[in-house]
Design a protein around this ligand. Structure first.
Ligand SMILES: NC(=O)C1=CN([C@@H]2O[C@H](COP(=O)(O)OP(=O)(O)OC[C@H]3O[C@@H](n4cnc5c(N)ncnc54)[C@H](OP(=O)(O)O)[C@@H]3O)[C@@H](O)[C@H]2O)C=CC1
Ligand SMILES: CC(C)(CO)C(=O)C(=O)O
Length: 336
C-alpha cells in the first residue's frame, strides 16, 4: 500500500456517503456501492457534504455503483450497512474481494466485527471502527454531519497509513487499541436512539424534555449494572465518562439544557439513525442496541426490564404505532 489506498464504501447510505465523500475530498480514490435510488440522485446532483460548523464541499464526480465488481481492486473496504445486513453483505464481499485487503466496520452495535471475523476472518483483515456522529441524508445528493465527534478505528499499521492519508477534516480517523470498550461506550450513548425514535422529534427537541431523558438515563443505569456484572469496561465516547452518563442525562432541565445540551453542538435537524429507520418504514437496529443488553442480562441470569420494555415499544412503532409524549413514555417504561 505504498500509493494511496483504494477505498470501497459498501452500503453507501447516510454514513457511507459522508465518510467516503470526505475521504475522496481528502484525495483518496473512493468507489461507493449502494442502491439505485441514491445512485440516480448522486449521478444527477453529485455529492454535497456539510457539517454543523457551516463547512461544506461539493464533489461533482462520484463513482457510485450498485454492484461489487470494483471490490477486487480495493485495499480498504468500509462497511456501512445496517447491522442486520452485515452477514449477507460480508458473503458478497468475500466472493469478490482480494485476499488480505482490510475491511473496517463503521456500524453501531458491538457484534459486527465478530460477525465479519466469522464470515471473512481467514480472507480479509477485520478492523472494528466506531462512528460517534450523526449523518442525515437531506436529498439532492446532500449529506449533513449534525453532531460533533471523530471516527475511530483499531490501531494497526494499515489504519495508521489510512489515517495519515485522510489527514484532518470532518471525517478524520482516530485510532484506538480498545475498540470493544469504545463499542460498548457508544452502545450506552445509542440507548438514546430508541427514545429519540419513539418521541418522533429531533434530537434537540427530545433531549430537552426531562421525562424522555429519565427513560434514557434508566436504560443506561441498567446497562451499566449489566456491564459491571459481565466485567465489561465501556470506554468514554465524547465528553462524559460512561459511569456519569445517567447522572448527566437524567439531570434537571435547568442544568442539562443550559450546560450539557449547548456544549454538545447538536444540529437542530439531527435525529438518531433509528428515528430515520422508523420514518422510512425500515426495521430498526433495536436488537443490536437495547436488545444486546437484554440478551447479555439473560446470559448472566439477571433482568433488563427497562431495555426490554423499550425493545417492545420499538417493535410496536415498527408496526406503525404513534410517537409517545414525554410523560406517557416515562410512565409506560418506568411505571412511575
Ligand atoms: N445515520 C447515522 O447518523 C448514524 C448511523 N450509524 C450506524 O451506521 C450504520 C449505517 O447507518 P446508515 O448510514 O444510517 O444506514 P443507511 O440505511 O443510510 O445506509 C446503508 C445502505 O446500505 C444499503 N445496503 C444494504 N445491504 C447492501 C449490500 N449488500 N450492498 C450494497 N448496499 C447495501 C442499504 O440499502 P437498503 O436500505 O435497501 O437495505 C442502505 O442504502 C448503522 O449501523 C448505523 O447504526 C452510526 C452513527 C450515526
Ligand atoms: C445520533 C448518534 C450519533 C448517537 O446516538 C447515533 O449514533 C445514531 O444516530 O445512530
Amino acid at each position: 500500500m505504498a500509493e494511496l489506498p483504494k477505498v470501497a464504501i459498501v452500503g453507501a447510505g447516510s454514513v457511507g456517503c459522508f465518510i467516503g465523500g470526505c475521504w475522496q475530498a481528502a484525495g483518496l480514490p473512493v468507489s461507493f456501492i449502494g442502491r439505485e435510488k441514491l445512485a440516480e440522485d448522486i449521478r444527477a446532483n453529485g455529492l454535497t457534504l456539510s457539517d454543523y460548523t457551516g463547512w461544506q464541499t461539493h464533489l461533482p464526480d462520484v463513482d457510485y455503483r450498485t454492484d461489487m465488481a470494483v471490490i477486487g481492486e480495493c485495499d480498504i473496504i468500509v462497511l456501512t450497512v445496517k447491522s442486520a445486513d452485515t452477514a449477507a453483505t460480508a458473503r458478497e464481499i468475500g466472493a469478490r474481494s482480494r485476499k488480505g485487503a482490510t475491511i473496517i466496520s463503521f456500524q453501531n452495535g458491538v457484534g459486527n466485527a465478530d460477525m465479519l471475523r466469522q464470515e471473512l476472518g481467514d480472507w480479509l483483515e477485520i478492523v472494528p471502527g466506531m462512528i460517534p456522529y450523526n449523518v442525515a441524508y437531506l436529498g439532492g445528493g446532500r449529506f449533513h454531519k449534525g453532531v460533533a465527534g471523530k471516527l475511530f478505528a483499531e490501531d494497526r499499521p494499515e489504519t495508521r497509513r489510512l489515517a495519515q492519508a485522510i489527514g484532518d477534516g470532518p471525517a478524520a480517523l482516530s485510532l484506538s487499541r480498545d475498540m470493544l470498550g469504545l463499542a460498548w461506550g457508544k452502545l450506552l450513548i445509542n440507548l438514546n436512539n430508541a427514545v429519540n425514535a419513539l418521541s418522533g422529534r429531533t434530537l434537540l427537541e427530545e433531549l430537552s424534555e426531562h421525562d424522555y431523558r429519565r427513560v434514557v438515563a434508566a436504560s443506561q443505569r441498567e446497562g451499566l449494572r449489566i456491564l459491571r456484572r459481565a466485567r465489561i469496561k465501556p470506554k468514554k465516547v465524547g465528553a462524559v465518562a460512561p459511569s456519569l452518563l445517567p447522572l448527566v442525562i437524567g439531570s434537571p432541565d435547568w442544568l442539562f439544557n443550559k450546560l450539557f445540551l449547548k456544549a454538545w453542538k447538536i444540529d437542530e435537524r439531527a435525529r438518531s439513525s433509528m428515528a430515520d429507520d422508523l420514518a422510512s418504514g425500515r426495521k430498526t437496529e433495536i436488537d443490536y442496541i437495547n436488545g444486546e443488553l437484554v440478551r447479555l442480562a439473560d446470559r448472566l441470569g439477571t433482568e433488563a426490564p427497562v431495555n426490554k420494555a423499550i425493545v417492545g415499544l420499538i417493535r410496536w412503532a415498527e408496526a406503525g404505532a404513534k410517537p409517545w409524549e414525554p410523560t406517557a413514555l416515562r410512565r409506560e417504561v418506568l411505571k412511575r
